[in-house]
Design a protein around this ligand. Structure first.
Ligand SMILES: C[S@@+](CC[C@H](N)C(=O)[O-])C[C@H]1O[C@@H](n2cnc3c(N)ncnc32)[C@H](O)[C@@H]1O
Length: 366
């Protein structure tokens, strides 16, 4: 057993109970999220392990009370002890998420799901206990599945075709959001996405349920498909459940690879991210720097990998920052947290290619 401190929580980690110090930044970001939205009421920490998340939400955000679930007996004992140590208002249950959801009538202001691997087995049950305005914070660590290393598993679990290249993390997280949106729509809810993060070995989405068939339909309409040209690395996307993005590449005539269905709507509520940054006291530098990256990132689907384009053109390397500066003269452009070598831009593909060629020629002539 070891004793630890994180944020305002002092807690014990029992020998065989899961705790990952590397996830601290994500816990900090979750605290900042609840602070920014100033949510009171009860949080449901569905996969508590040591209970550190729910405890921090009570100590560091305006949450009044937490209910903790863990199927593992030692984790249950560990959380109980930590709830006492931190003197928060908490109820700890040694229970499976699914059996708890079947009988719960409680109103939760926020629900945290942080399972081993995929969140798929729990999503429907947890959405079914949500109400209008319930916040969800959902982690997925089945990134190999969502990123296309196991495409069949992705098709089976998320009913979606992934992409196994530089866009894989963004495509994967948008597949995860679309999955949540489809389930929410069945329950007559739409979804407002506040934030979607891909970092280390995890993906995490933050969203709120919005009751009503109009909201549900509005959300479903933002699901669509994408296609990718493996020859010239151009991508296409089209919102709509029956949409068909380009099958043949408009730049090189190559056959494209189709992916989706996936969420093509906004993934960054910049107003809320700014509020999170202004409520960052006690957060780690890593959490703050990740949020700043996202705050400065264009909120449009996908990006171009500059090294991939320069390799295809057979030209020398160009720094991402220089490209962002050059492309910003023609449209909007930013770096992306999804890939350190990627650029998000609304400048058309053919203009990006011309810019890369011009820049390299000018550089060679100097
Ligand atoms: C990745 S750990 C959670 C880590 C924790 N949220 C943190 O930030 O330190 C996943 C936890 O979920 C628990 N778990 C797995 N399946 C569960 C289920 N069906 N219902 C409730 N808890 C479950 C495991 O016992 C484990 O303690």
């Amino acid at each position: 057993m070891e004793s630890r401190t994180e944020g305002l929580a002092n807690f014990l980690v029992y020998d065989d109970v899961f705790f990952n110090t590397k996830m601290r930044s994500l816990r900090d970001i979750s605290v900042m999220f609840l602070r920014a939205l100033n949510r009171k009421g009860t949080v449901l920490d569905t996969t508590s392990a040591t209970g550190v998340r729910g405890i921090r939400y009570c100590l560091e955000a305006s949450i009044d009370k937490a209910i903790f679930l863990d199927i593992n007996k030692n984790a249950y004992e560990n959380t109980k002890r930590n709830v006492e140590l931190n003197r928060i208002d908490g109820t700890v249950l040694n229970e499976d998420i699914r059996s708890f959801s079947c009988k719960s009538n409680e109103r939760f202001s926020a629900i945290d799901l942080d399972p081993f691997g995929t969140p798929v087995p729990y999503m429907k049950d947890l959405l079914s206990i949500g109400r209008d305005g319930t916040l969800y914070m959902v982690t997925a660590t089945d990134t190999a599945v969502l990123c296309g290393a196991h495409a069949n598993a992705c098709m089976r679990e998320y009913a979606a075709r992934p992409l196994h290249n530089e866009l894989c993390h963004e495509v994967g997280i948008r597949i995860l959001i679309a999955y949540a949106v489809r389930l929410a729509a069945e329950l007559n809810f739409g979804v407002h996405v506040y934030l979607a993060l891909s970092n280390l070995h995890y993906m995490r989405i933050f969203f709120e349920l919005k009751r009503g068939s109009t909201n549900a339909l509005d959300s479903v309409r933002q699901i669509g498909f994408g296609s990718y040209c493996n020859k010239c690395h151009r991508y296409y996307y089209a919102p709509g459940i029956a949409s068909a993005p380009a099958q043949v590449c408009e730049s090189c005539g190559g056959r494209t690879e189709r992916f989706g269905p996936l969420w093509l709507g906004s993934i960054y509520d910049k107003g809320v991210i700014a509020a999170m940054l202004s409520h960052s006291s006690g957060a780690s530098d890593e959490a703050i720097s990740l949020l700043y990256k996202v705050y400065n990132e264009l909120d449009i689907p996908f990006f171009y990998s500059i090294p991939k384009l320069t390799a295809m053109l057979g030209v020398g390397s160009i720094s991402q920052n220089v490209m962002v500066k050059e492309l910003s003269k023609k449209g909007a452009a930013s770096l992306t947290h999804f890939d350190p070598s990627g650029i998000k831009t609304d400048v058309p593909y053919d203009d990006i290619i011309s810019e890369l060629k011009t820049h390299v020629t000018t550089k060679a002539m100097r």
